[in-house]
Design a protein around this ligand. Sequence first.
Ligand SMILES: Cc1ncc(COP(=O)(O)O)c(C=O)c1O
Ligand SMILES: N[C@@H](CCCC[NH3+])C(=O)O
Length: 414
Amino acid sequence: MHFFEYRENQLFAEQVPVTTLAKEYGTPLYVYSAKTLKRHFNAYDSAFSELNHMTCYSVKANSNIHVLKLLGSMGAGMDIVSGGELYRALKAGISPQKIVYSGVGKRPEEIAQALEADILMFNVESVQELERINDMALRMGKVARISLRINPDVDPKTHPYISTGMEKNKFGIDMKTSFSLYKKAKDFSGIQPIGIDCHIGSQLTTVEPFLEALDKILEFYNELCSWGLCIEYLDLGGGLGITYEEEKPPHPKEFGELLTSRLKGIPLKLILEPGRSIAGNAGILVTEVIYTKDTPSKHFLIVDAAMNDLVRPSLYGSYHRIAEVLPQGRPLQSYDIVGPICESGDFLARDRELAQCESGELLACFSAGAYGFTMSSNYNSRPRACELLVDGANVHCIRRRESYQDLIALEEKE
Ligand SMILES: Cc1ncc(COP(=O)(O)O)c(C=O)c1O
Ligand SMILES: N[C@@H](CCCC[NH3+])C(=O)O
C-alpha cells in the first residue's frame, strides 16, 4: 500500500500532482512519500510487538539523511555496511546503541570508526575480520560486541545476485567454523559475543526460506546455551520482498506472526534489518519522454532517466511498473523504454505494453524507493537526479539535482 494514486485522471504523490513536481524540479526526479515510509515502518515494526525487538532499517536501501531522520524519529535503529553509512546514521541522530554493522570487507579505519562510536554490535563475516576487530579493540582499549553472521546454506529462491545465505556465497561463516569461533571467543579479550546473525538474501517472496534458516539458527543457539554461552541478540537480517509486478510476498503482519510463534518464550532480543519492504514502494522515479523512435522491429520510448539513475532493470532484469503521469486514454503499444546512455543494456523496460506516448510526456516508474537512487552513478557524465520527500501537501527537496560543476568538482586542482 502506498500513497501514489491517480485522482482526477492524474498521478498524485500524497496531496501533490506529480506534474507540479516535475515542472518545478525537472526530471529525472525521485519522489518519496513520507506517509508511505511511516506506514511501512509501522506495519513492519508492529508485526513484532509481542517480542522484545528492534527494527534496524537497512541504510543501503535508501540512505538519504532525511529518510534516515524520519525513520529514526519513529524509533528505528540502523543496519549499516560501511563507514559512510555509519557517518550518515550518526549525522541523522541515530543512537549508536541502535546500530549494527554487517559486511564482508570492513576496513581497519571503518572498524576504528565503529569502535569509537561504540555501536551496538559488529556482525562478523570471517575469521580474519574477528581477529582484526579483536586486535583493534585491544589497541583502542575497547571491547567490541559482536555477532557472527552465520551462513546457514539455505536457498532464498530469489535472484542469484542477491542470494546471500548459500554456501557458495561470500557472506557469513559456515556453521561448523562458527561453532569453533564462538568456543574460541573467550581467548579474544577484545571481543564480547552478544548475538547470532543471519541474512539469507533480498526480495524473498515466501516465508519458507526464512523459517528454514531460523530453525537452523535456533538449533545453533541451543547448542551455544548448552555450553553456557549466553547470547542476548538474534539478528535475522532483512529480505522481505515487495510487489513489483505480481509477486505476492507475505505481509509483514503474517511474517511477524510466524516468527513470533517460533520465538515466543525464547529469551532473546530480536533484531530485524528491513530495507526494501520499508522504502521500495515509497518512491517513484519520474521521467520525461525525449523522443519516440520506431525501427523495423521495435517501438522505442527514449526517456531522460537511464541505467545510471535506476540500474535494477539492467542489472537484474527487474520489473518496475511504468505508467503515464497524465493518462490520455490512447491505445496500447509494445515499447522498449530506454535511456540516453550508450549501452544497449540501458533500459527501464522491454516489450512493455503502455498507452501510446508522445515526446514531452511524463512517465512514472514505480517501486523505485529502494536500491534506486542509492545505486545510481554518474555514468556518461550524467548529473544524478534530484530527490524530493512529499509529506501531505508539503514538498521537501532532500537532495538537489547535481550540476555539471558537481561532476568535475573533485577533479579540479586545489
Ligand atoms: C546484511 C543485510 N541486512 C539487510 C539487508 C536489507 O535487505 P532488504 O532490503 O531485502 O530488506 C541487506 C540487503 O540485502 C543486507 O545485506
Ligand atoms: N540491490 C539489490 C538488493 C541488494 C540487497 C543488498 N544485500 C536490489 O536492487 O534488489
